[in-house]
Design a protein around this ligand. Structure first.
Ligand SMILES: NC(=O)c1ccc[n+]([C@@H]2O[C@H](COP(=O)([O-])OP(=O)(O)OC[C@H]3O[C@@H](n4cnc5c(N)ncnc54)[C@H](OP(=O)(O)O)[C@@H]3O)[C@@H](O)[C@H]2O)c1
Length: 327
């Protein structure tokens, strides 16, 4: 198959278009002919070698978690999908499988969802990691409830754009931080109080908007940009930190400080295992118009190095997708 292949970790230029053996689906897995691959910050961190802490790199290597395409081959025992099904998935990359910047990707069926009518491949490829991270951090682990005051730090990013909307759908009143260029974008997503971190004092804005403290705070940027996050949450509230691999501070110390204050602090890493139902629910919300897709920026697969330069800047709006093939 063709793919963007790495023979070493490093800068964007280490990804080169080439040929590599096509992977075979194992039991309870499917092989997907990829139409679009989604791009996440984890991909550039992975490309640079940050995932070595979790698993060894074996070269040739392919990065990329998100894929949307068509089921092309069923592994042994698969009965819940058929060849030709239109699907999207965070793939098996999180468990060490080859990445999605490729003609084919393998995924265990517990994390594969059908693309509903009304969503195209590019839109579906933008969903898995970003929307699942937001869903798990806001709904499943964050437990946001109607009427609560929630702040999403980093509301304009891939994760944040979904998090503000999931919180709103749950009935919360939502505030979010972003840079000046994204203020109108976040207002358009229904954010009640947009805090421009370039011109405003976040703590003062929160004290004004939620005088008793926040019921819920998601930090989807990093501790160096919101060092006083714990101070913004009321005792009994919830602080969800999305681990970044690059800006997480001293996690045990942060958990101890939160416990001392009576704040439920969760470091919420996306779990792909068994994520099909959440993916289906997210896609249904998008199709129903209750959640808007972030703006998409599309690149060709061969332009993955350029896409990585953009996402690595840390100031993108919405999602980047790579067109892999016409299907
Ligand atoms: N552990 C996990 O399972 C997991 C899963 C998904 C993502 N993540 C991590 O979560 C982070 C966010 O991911 P993403 O996909 O949302 O990234 P992204 O799409 O690149 O978005 C980053 C956003 O951060 C905002 N930002 C940068 N500096 C900021 C600041 N000081 N205050 C407020 N906002 C700021 C930017 O908005 P402006 O342009 O307005 O500044 C940008 O929209 C990344 O570090 C990623 O690796 C972790």
């Amino acid at each position: 198959m063709f793919a963007m292949i790495l023979n070493e970790t490093g800068g964007p230029e280490v990804m080169r278009f080439g040929a590599i053996d096509t992977p075979e689906p194992g039991p309870a897995e499917v092989r997907i002919r990829v139409a679009y691959a989604g791009v996440n910050p984890a991909d550039w961190k992975n490309r640079e070698g940050y995932l070595a802490a979790f698993r060894p790199y074996t070269f040739p290597y392919i990065v990329g978690f998100d894929a949307a395409g068509v089921v092309e081959k069923l592994g042994p025992g698969v009965t819940d999908f058929a060849v030709g099904d239109r699907v999207f998935t965070p793939t098996n990359h999180g468990q060490g499988g080859l990445g999605s910047y490729a003609e084919f990707a393998i995924a265990a069926t517990d994390r594969v969802a059908r693309i509903p009518p009304g969503l195209d491949f590019a839109q579906a490829a933008a969903l898995p990691v970003a929307a699942l991270t937001a869903w798990q951090g806001v709904i499943e682990r964050g437990g946001i409830r109607s009427g609560q005051r929630a702040l999403i730090h980093g509301g304009a990013g891939g994760v944040g754009g979904f998090a503000v909307q999931f919180a709103r759908v749950a009935g919360a009143r939502v505030a979010a931080t972003c840079g000046s260029a994204n203020v109108e974008y976040l207002r358009g997503l229904g954010v009640e109080r947009v805090i421009d971190y370039r011109t405003e004092d976040i703590a003062a804005a929160v004290a004004d908007w939620a005088p008793g403290g926040l019921d819920y705070l998601m930090d989807a940027v990093g501790v160096s940009t919101l060092a006083n996050g714990l101070d913004l949450v009321r005792p009994g509230g919830t602080l969800v930190s999305v681990p970044t691999l690059t800006d997480d501070g001293d996690i045990p110390a942060a958990l101890a400080a939160a416990a001392a204050k009576g704040v439920n602090h969760v470091f919420s890493t996306m779990s792909d295992i068994g994520s099909r139902a959440a993916l289906e629910r997210i896609a249904a919300l998008v199709v129903a118009g209750e959640v808007r897709l972030p703006p998409l920026r599309e690149y060709a697969l061969r332009e993955a190095p350029e896409a990585h330069r953009v996402i690595q800047s840390g100031h993108g709006r919405g999602k980047i997708v790579l067109k892999v093939a016409d299907i």
